[in-house]
Write a new protein. Structure first.
Length: 462
């Protein structure tokens, strides 16, 4: 339990460290109103601010962690209020709203936003969120799809499984260590992964840390930022993402040290009609790092949210067809190879830091190697991914074959990936560790979402 709190504390420390400096609020419009209301979800007072009162179309803004709270939007509100009715607030636990030892979970925050929206808005509205606020907006849009006209999500925090998120943060430290010997980085990553895996297997019920008031006081100091941050990283969005029907724009800083760009790729791959705008030389707070560009992007997204379509609330189990190709690829005892395009087979042996992106591959064989796969589709009959003594990270895309993945003594980290296996999604002749973040399995053994770590062995296929 203490180990988990240490990880959560490190995450939250980074989140809070990245908060922008306070800026003076500017007048958004002569038609503004600020007030405190009594809210029923957390049982306290909430600060609510409106601008552009009288405009026919409404926009709701949800901020991230930090006591600057709704003032995060101080540069955006005046521009929006010229054309939109803007509603924003200090989330309970932050800013001028009541603080307490409460369960500041994404689900409870969704209930709070619904209460505020029902009070101040009639009909659908546009929803904009940043960091924690973007995760809340995402969950709100999935829970109340008829309320949301369009979504703008900036640098969404959480989403990935807590172990994937922790490993990402740990890389910030690993990358600062001077290289003293070959394969140092891979070995340090293995050490971190093994330590986190042990913690995951030995943990008590982690939800108790945020669900129980006494434990929140004992381990989280009754601190709303710690409670909200830990509740976010413990949340499972795997059944949420596919239910988002609103056209969605993802805005991301390419140098975000808090929410990895990998999160954006997962959301882009799984939210229907989602689009991604990457801001270069930008960190976690685009509204402060690139205020003019962020403003223009938001205004354009509101004016042209993009097409939408009905989404079936079920997982797609159909295998994506991989175009036939006779091309083969290979890597042996090399570093930093990149593969793109269509292949029949790729064989990777004793290679490090291999990248496979936007590829279509019938069979991928990885032996004693570290490989990162992005936005690719693997599979055929026969085909699939074969990993032996390998470290493999897969983001987005799909793997479809009679046995989608065959893993032997390997570590796999899959985020936003769909596995289709008529015989098995994963088989492991030798014990292997599979970490899933908001992924989806379809086989005779598993059918549905996957979010967590599985130890797969000869007698425990997925």
């Amino acid at each position: 339990m203490l180990g988990l709190c240490t990880i959560a504390g490190a995450m939250l420390g980074l989140l809070l460290a990245m908060r922008p400096a306070a800026a003076d609020a500017t007048a958004a419009s002569i038609h503004t109103r600020a007030e405190f209301i009594q809210e029923p979800v957390f049982g306290g007072q909430a600060y609510v601010y409106q601008a552009g009162i009288g405009q026919t179309r409404s926009v709701v803004l949800i901020h991230g962690i930090g006591d600057k709270a709704s003032r995060d939007w101080s540069r955006l509100i005046p521009v929006l209020a010229l054309h939109y009715h803007v509603v924003t607030f200090d989330l309970p636990g932050f800013g001028r709203s009541t603080k307490g030892n409460k369960l500041y979970s994404p689900a409870n925050y969704v209930a709070f936003v619904r209460f505020v929206a029902a009070r101040y808005i009639h009909g659908p509205f546009d929803l904009i969120g940043h960091s924690l606020g973007a995760a809340i907006a995402l969950r709100y849009a999935a829970t109340y799809p008829n309320d949301v006209r369009s979504l703008v999500l900036a640098d969404v925090a959480g989403i990935l499984h807590r172990m994937a998120y922790s490993q990402y943060l740990s890389h910030l430290g690993i990358d600062q260590i001077p290289t003293l010997y070959p394969n140092q980085r891979e070995q340090l990553q293995d050490l971190v992964a093994n330590a986190l895996g042990l913690l995951e297997r030995l943990r008590p019920d982690q939800d108790l840390l945020v669900d129980d008031a006494l434990l929140r006081r004992e381990f989280l100091d009754s601190d709303p930022a710690k409670i909200a941050g830990l509740a976010l990283v413990l949340d499972d969005f795997s059944d949420i993402i596919l239910r988002v029907q609103a056209p969605t724009l993802l805005v991301w800083g390419d140098r975000d040290p808090i929410a990895p760009l990998r999160t954006a790729e997962v959301l882009l791959a799984n939210i229907p009609q989602a689009r991604l705008k990457i801001l270069h030389n930008c960190g976690h707070t685009p509204m402060d790092d690139r205020p003019l560009e962020f403003r223009d992007i938001v205004l354009q997204a509101l004016q042209n949210p993009g097409p939408t379509r009905e989404v079936a609330l079920q997982f797609t189990a159909s295998a994506r067809g991989v175009p036939a190709s006779k091309r083969t690829g290979s890597c042996r005892d090399q570093r930093n190879r990149v593969f793109e395009g269509n292949y029949d087979t790729i064989h990777i042996h004793d290679c490090r830091d291999v990248r496979i992106r936007n590829a279509q591959i019938r069979e991928l064989d990885i032996d004693d190697a570290s490989v990162q796969i992005d936005g690719s589709h693997i599979g055929g009959n026969p085909g699939g991914l074969i990993a032996t003594d390998a470290n493999v990270t897969v983001t987005g895309g799909s793997i479809s074959a009679p046995i989608a993945i065959t893993a032997s003594d390997s570590h796999l980290d899959l985020a936003g990936v769909t596995l289709n296996g008529s015989e098995a999604a994963v088989r492991a002749p030798q014990r292997s560790r599979i970490l899933f973040s908001v992924s989806y399995l379809h086989s005779r053994y598993s059918n549905g979402s996957a979010h967590g770590m599985w130890i797969v062995g000869p007698h425990s296929p997925l």
